[in-house]
Design a protein around this ligand. Structure first.
Ligand SMILES: [Zn+2]
Ligand SMILES: [Zn+2]
Length: 265
């Protein structure tokens, strides 16, 4: 009886063992340990399961094989992260626009004063998250040093709040003024307390976005990428993908209405 090869290779539990890391169905971002589905899992923005295959055994295979050979998967991962971050940045713009429409209008001068409070909030939130991390690592001395910085920032914040408060009627000051976090697109409140600030800036969602953004920068500037490009070693399909990414990056709308650059020729 003839045996169907596809059935043989991709049936039941054997699928994962049979598939190779270079297979199109495998998530290249996962191989490079930066798939947003992994990074944001368990956060408020959990993306659910990735449409492509995630498998640690394949990542291990890839890590070994990539020591001797370039697979150019950085370009796939860059494409993936680029479009993910572009989506996030679009959401941030929409949220900002909505805030501008719904929040009471304030003069540029007052807005600058509110901005100063937001900046100090951000500083305090980041420092407190650092204190918690150092505490968890048992680094008491360093954590105390950072706590001193927090105190200084708190003094500055009280002053900035005072300046802001004096620039408007008391009723307006009571209203929560929101801002959108440029990193993770969550809302931040001007009057958020220290706990909330630390939870945001030390939280898995915000830190996950930092990780993804840093990884994207790293991929963009990877020496491997420029070497390959200079040597003309990138296969045509990958080259096209790279052109598209560069085109996306240069597009004023963040690539919202992109077209393949090589189709315009
Ligand atoms: Zn993935
Ligand atoms: Zn954030």
């Amino acid at each position: 009886m003839p045996v169907c090869l596809t059935d043989l290779f991709f049936s039941g539990d054997t699928t994962r063992q049979r598939i190779k890391f270079s297979d199109d169905r495998v998530c290249k971002s996962h191989l490079l340990n930066c798939c947003p589905h992994d990074v944001l899992s368990g956060t408020r923005m959990d993306l659910g399961e990735c449409l492509k295959v995630h498998d640690l055994a394949l990542r291990a295979d890839y890590e070994i094989a990539s020591k001797d050979q370039d697979f150019f998967f950085e370009l796939d991962a860059m494409d993936h992260l680029q479009s993910f971050i572009a989506d996030c940045d679009r959401r941030t713009e929409v949220a900002k626009k909505r805030l501008a429409e719904t929040q009471e209008e304030i003069s540029a001068e007052v807005a600058a004063k509110a901005e100063r409070v937001h900046e100090l909030n951000e500083e305090i939130g980041k420092l407190l998250a650092k204190v918690e991390q150092l505490g968890a690592d048992g680094n008491v001395e360093e954590s105390q040093k950072v706590m001193d910085e927090v105190e200084k920032a708190r003094v500055k914040k009280r002053e900035a709040e005072e300046v802001y408060r004096n620039s408007m009627p008391a009723s307006s000051f009571q209203q929560q003024k929101l801002r959108v976090c440029e990193v993770c697109s969550a809302y931040l409140g001007l009057h958020d307390n220290d706990r909330r600030l630390a939870d945001h800036f030390g939280g898995k969602l915000h830190l996950g976005f930092i990780e993804i953004r840093e990884k994207l920068e790293e991929l963009r500037s990877s020496p491997q990428r420029s070497n390959q490009d200079a040597a003309g070693a990138i296969p045509p399909l990958r080259r096209r993908s790279l052109q598209r990414i560069e085109f996306l990056a240069s597009c004023p709308e963040g690539g919202k209405t992109w077209v393949w650059p090589d189709l315009q020729l």
